[in-house]
Design a protein around this ligand. Structure first.
Ligand code: ATP
Ligand code: MG
Length: 357
């Protein structure tokens, strides 16, 4: 080890379904990218997820956040099993852990790689990032069902938007836009919703005063859905709420070839807390165990992880190797219309990395 060797302490939560498959394809890629710079990857594998729930009655231990805080970052596969109640895994693990670590911002980049077929025409050059508020909005779980006489049940879902949460996401988005195109697009719905989204508009405009070099545009979410398909290249950094970010990022993933291509990061900007990096897709039980999963979303999540830890060279190496491999349809998995297995893609990416200077 040279004096400059840095060790990246990585917590890996493979999870369920295709989670372990895409993670197994990703870890060697990250290791090779770091080792090319003379650094090391130290992996702690955590058996959290559906199987642990069935064995021990909880998807993760009570001190999960403390364990994870001893590492630099978390690579997460996916959770979900048909024989485990969804909330035990969603709230009992992934959302629970995000909340315990207070990972306020969710980043979802979407990039069209040359050679990857898409269901939408003319996506060449698409390269955008959705910055999604990660803790509140329509997903706070406030409300209830009111029984107002027979046949008159009312499902009431209360959305909560706080200035603090909006500001955290906004500052991250403005800073990111400043490093990219200098354009930020705020996506809200202030014509129909009277309180939460007008607050978003105001708080984001105010935050923007600190970033005079960034041009702010505000777009209604319905118009954004259409624009994303009609003029995706007009978009660079998007800032939006938890609900709209959830919906728009699935839509945007289509521009890059689908869920197998969509990475994400959950981070708390400016704090020394490990982020959670994960493919946007879930456990995909329909294809699990068959070696058919596309590992690219997980690999690109790993590249985001390396970037955030300051290993930008290694991150670039991973992205370039993925791009190289994807240029050849021989390395496309079934979701992209190809015949390659998860392992085929993994070795193609490693091979491409060996060829880099
Ligand atoms: P979960 O309940 O964990 O979200 P899911 O059944 O909703 O699982 P998702 O992972 O959300 O599955 O994705 C929906 C479908 O998209 C899958 O059933 C699968 O067919 C396909 N898919 C998702 N991710 C991938 C991938 N990485 N490679 C190939 N196909 C995928
Ligand atoms: Mg799903």
């Amino acid at each position: 080890m040279t004096r400059d060797t840095k060790v990246v302490r990585l917590a890996v939560i493979p999870g369920d379904g295709i989670g372990p498959e895409v993670v197994a394809a990703t870890v060697p890629t990250l290791r090779a990218a770091l080792e090319a710079d003379g650094h090391r990857l130290d992996v702690t594998s955590l058996d959290w997820g559906g199987e642990r729930f069935l064995r021990q009655g909880a998807a993760m231990p009570a001190d999960a956040a403390d364990l994870v805080k001893q590492t630099d970052a978390v690579l997460f596969g996916a959770v979900g099993r048909p024989d485990v109640p969804e909330h035990e895994l969603i709230w009992g693990l992934i959302i629970g852990l995000r909340q315990q670590l207070d990972l306020a911002v969710n980043l979802r980049p979407v990039r069209a790689f040359p050679g990857v077929p898409t269901k939408v025409r003319d996506t060449d050059g698409v390269d955008l990032v959705i910055v999604r508020e990660n803790t509140e909005g329509e997903y706070v779980g406030a409300g209830g069902v009111a029984h107002a006489g027979s046949g008159h049940d009312l499902g009431i879902e209360v959305a909560v938007h706080s200035r603090r949460a909006i500001e955290r996401a906004a500052h991250h988005a403005f800073a990111l836009a400043g490093r990219r195109s200098g354009r930020l697009c705020l996506v809200t719905k202030s014509n129909a919703m009277r309180y939460g989204y007008p607050l978003w508009d105001r708080v984001v405009r105010e935050a923007g005063e600190q970033y005079p070099q960034v041009e702010l545009e505000t777009v209604l979410v319905d118009a954004m859905a259409a624009r994303m398909i009609q003029a995706p290249r007009s978009l660079d950094v998007l800032l939006t709420s938890n609900l709209f970010g959830d919906i728009l990022s699935d839509l945007a993933a289509v521009l890059a070839g689908g869920m197998g291509m969509a990475p994400s990061a959950n981070v708390l900007p400016g704090a020394d807390v490990p982020g959670i990096y994960e493919p946007v897709h879930g456990s995909a039980p329909d294809i699990a165990g068959k070696g058919l999963a596309n590992p690219v979303a997980c690999m690109l999540s790993g590249a985001m992880l390396l970037d955030d830890l300051g290993h930008t060279g290694a991150a670039r190496r991973v992205r370039d190797a993925v791009a190289d491999a994807l240029r050849d349809t021989k390395h496309h998995t079934a979701d992209l219309g190809g015949n390659a297995t998860t392992a085929d893609v993994a070795s193609a990416v490693l091979h491409a990395m060996e060829g880099q200077e």
